[in-house]
Design a protein around this ligand. Structure first.
Ligand SMILES: C[S@@+](CC[C@H](N)C(=O)[O-])C[C@H]1O[C@@H](n2cnc3c(N)ncnc32)[C@H](O)[C@@H]1O
Length: 684
């Protein structure tokens, strides 16, 4: 466990400043306890992720925790100024709840995971107040600014219209206005916010800032959209000698006072590549270089060549030739030379040509790899350290890994960590195959450097705090509460009543009751009755509620105590998933066979009887997402030695595994993760 240490950090740099109620500076940070949970493709990992312990032997970091605590811990542990590029895609504070969409493997059976409101994951108890969101974002940005390399560091922040104007002012404050580089416009496909009184919103933004003006952006090229491709003239102003050029062995002269743009050799090359063509000024017939029309058609059908032939349709009059005298169509001698520029152009700030969201993992709000690939290549190079502390499905880590960069990914949500772990295991495994094949042919100094391992730590054991959130989600569903994400105090409605959910870490107390009364005093026009949902209740509260109700014609209070409530109490019975696994060992070999797996939660979510489930779901493996095996489990850290993460959703896990073991005393641990993210650990 890390020693608790504190350190001072650099606060904000510039102006202007945005103000909100309760705005506070963040001046010192401290380190929180780290717990090493899982490791992949690495023998030894440090107990605490310090920069000192990783700098000479890098392993990527997958950190489960609240990003403010994770970043504070990293800063105290030597990561100040060490990150080259940060990409973040924070929750947009829209109040929307997202649902992880899941499909059973090899079937068409869809089910929904837990609803997750990202906003609530930041503020566990209340809905996300504007001032809390702004303070949260400023704290995170100040911490990130301290993580970045002080000279060359760059940060990209994705945000939408709900908060973009505020976030930009906070970025100006934290990084200074002079360090603003660009606003990049990206597409938005998830949800259309159109209505008769409002235009549909089709874009989001990425703000790009630097730490100083010593940064460097790499040139990035993209394909020019077909709509922007056009054949142009091939002459420029001014005379040159000789003025003539040969096209299809025909001598042409530019009009007076003009010259042909390129030399003869270049013209010959461009004619052959179809970047130059002739056009009959009288009938419009086009002339392309070539020996056969068939070959021309073959070339024009290739995807990468489509831009060159964009204006050739079935009605276009054209000829494929090597020599030309007069127009083969109208017998005149009156030609224009046409030139087509390359279809690669250096990108500008309009990125609507690529998708910005993707749906490969089922994790809501997954960003597309195309987007991350472009922004990371723009801002970083192989070997750089990339950080995303709103990791989600792990797109930043996945792309950084593919681009041979180091990465740190952090998220508060367990399913984000699971999804990312699976995604990165697959990528690293396929990279390892390439390395084996290619690097064996290369000399040592030519070998590509990959950072092919990662370690998963829990920072400040987050599960406890998350439980409240998960439980709250279940309560909404179980009782049938309709959420009110925009209300700053009440959580929802139940029929005509207003609902307040009391934090589950304590029974309903007199103080909770007082807070409700104070809130109602502020809402003079509120006539609805109130339901307080809690796990239990302090004894004095019941009498206090009775006394209060006697005096109130409206806003009468009743309670639902989940532990004892007859109607709603059943909700506490969670039947865990169960697995039957056969583990056998000989002197030097281990064998694991999955015999059966059943998840009562999956069956419940599918809303079918368990007998019907067995009839409909032929193979129990359709419930299983991933199987991980530690062939020498030390009882604490799960070392992923075998990972079975089928790439395609229709494929099942193998279910049978044979492997070498050190000796007969090695402990074998098998972790089965089902499609809803529930884990079953079997230790032999
Ligand atoms: C919009 S999603 C990011 C999606 C991601 N860019 C991707 O490609 O999948 C935001 C993420 O931030 C996480 N998050 C919200 N509050 C957080 C906090 N305080 N600390 C860490 N992660 C947080 C949520 O759990 C969610 O996964």
């Amino acid at each position: 466990m890390a020693e608790k240490k504190e350190m001072k950090i650099a606060e904000v740099k510039g102006r202007p400043m945005l103000h909100w109620i309760g705005k506070q500076p963040l001046e010192t940070v401290k380190s929180f306890p780290s717990q090493l949970v899982e490791k992949f493709n690495i023998e030894e990992a440090p107990q605490v992720p310090t920069f000192e312990s990783l700098k000479n032997n890098w392993t990527n970091l997958l950190l489960h925790g609240d990003n403010r605590e994770v970043l504070s811990t990293l800063l105290v542990n030597g990561f100040q100024n060490k990150v080259n590029f940060v990409y973040i895609d924070p929750p947009f504070n829209t109040g929307l709840a997202y649902v992880r969409k899941v499909k059973l493997r090899g079937t068409n059976k869809k089910l929904e995971g837990e609803e997750m409101s990202f906003d609530e994951q930041i503020m566990y108890e209340n809905s996300f107040l504007e001032s809390s969101f702004l303070q949260f974002m400023k704290d995170v940005l100040v911490l990130l600014s301290n993580m970045l390399n002080k000279d060359t560091g760059l940060i990209a922040v994705r945000i939408d219209y709900n908060y973009s104007h505020y976030i930009k002012v906070i970025l100006d404050e934290v990084f200074s206005k002079e360090n603003f580089i660009n606003e990049i416009t990206i597409g938005r496909s998830r949800e259309a916010a159109g209505s008769p009184s409002k235009l549909e919103v089709t874009t989001e933004s990425i703000y790009l800032y630097s730490k100083s003006n010593d940064y460097k952006l790499n040139p990035i090229f993209a394909k020019r959209p077909i709509s922007e491709i056009a054949w142009t003239g091939f002459t420029m102003g001014g005379d040159r000698n000789p003025p003539e050029r040969l096209f299809f062995n025909k001598k042409l002269l530019p009009s007076s006072g003009q010259h042909f743009t390129l030399k003869q050799e270049k013209c010959d090359k461009l004619i052959k590549e179809h970047f130059l063509r002739l056009k009959c000024k009288d009938c419009g017939c086009l002339y392309y270089y070539g020996n056969s029309e068939n070959e021309f058609h073959k070339q024009s059908k290739k995807k990468e060549n489509r831009f060159k032939y964009y204006d050739i349709t079935s009605n276009t009059e054209f000829k494929v030739i090597t020599d030309l005298d007069k127009c083969l169509n109208c017998n005149t001698d009156n030609f224009d030379v046409e030139y087509l520029g390359n279809d690669d152009v250096q990108i500008n700030n309009n990125w609507l040509d690529i998708p910005s969201y993707a749906t490969t993992t089922g994790y809501p709000t997954e960003n597309s790899e195309e987007l991350l690939n472009r922004i990371i290549r723009l801002c970083a190079k192989p070997g750089d350290l990339i950080l995303d502390c709103f990791n989600g499905s792990g797109t930043t880590a996945a792309v950084a890994q593919k681009l041979k960069m180091k990465w740190i990914a952090c998220d508060i949500n367990k399913s984000s960590i699971q999804t990312t772990s699976n995604r990165l295991q697959s990528i690293i495994k396929s990279q390892n195959k390439i390395i084996e094949k290619e690097n064996s042919k290369l000399a040592l100094e030519e070998k590509e450097v990959y950072y092919n391992s990662f370690v998963h730590y829990k920072i400040n054991d987050y599960d406890l705090q998350i439980q409240h959130n998960e439980l709250k989600e279940l309560v909404y569903e179980h009782i049938g509460i309709k959420r009110m994400p925009t209300d700053s105090f009440f959580d929802g409605t139940l029929g005509t009543e207003l609902v307040k959910i009391i934090p589950f870490n304590h029974p309903l107390s007199l103080l909770d009751l007082q807070l409700v009364k104070t809130e109602l005093e502020k809402r003079k026009d509120e006539t609805r009755n109130i339901v307080l949902v809690s796990l239990g209740m302090e004894v004095k509260v019941k009498t206090a509620i009775d006394d209060y109700n006697k005096l109130r014609p409206v806003n009468k209070i009743r309670t639902i105590e989940l532990r004892t409530d007859k109607k709603y109490g059943s909700f506490f019975v969670h039947k865990p998933a169960q697995a039957e696994v056969e583990i056998t060992k000989t002197k030097d070999k281990g064998k694991v066979i999955l015999k059966d797996f059943i998840s009562p939660t999956i069956i419940q979510r599918l809303n079918i009887e368990s007998k019907l489930f067995q009839a409909q779901i032929k193979d129990f493996r359709s419930q299983i997402d991933v199987v991980l095996i530690d062939t020498d489990y030390n009882g604490e850290v799960f070392n992923i030695c075998i990972s079975d993460v089928p790439e395609k959703k229709k494929d099942f896990v193998k279910g049978e595994y044979e492997f070498a073991i050190k000796n007969k005393d090695s402990k074998i641990a098998v972790k089965i993760i089902d499609m809803l993210g529930e884990e079953v650990l079997i230790i032999e």
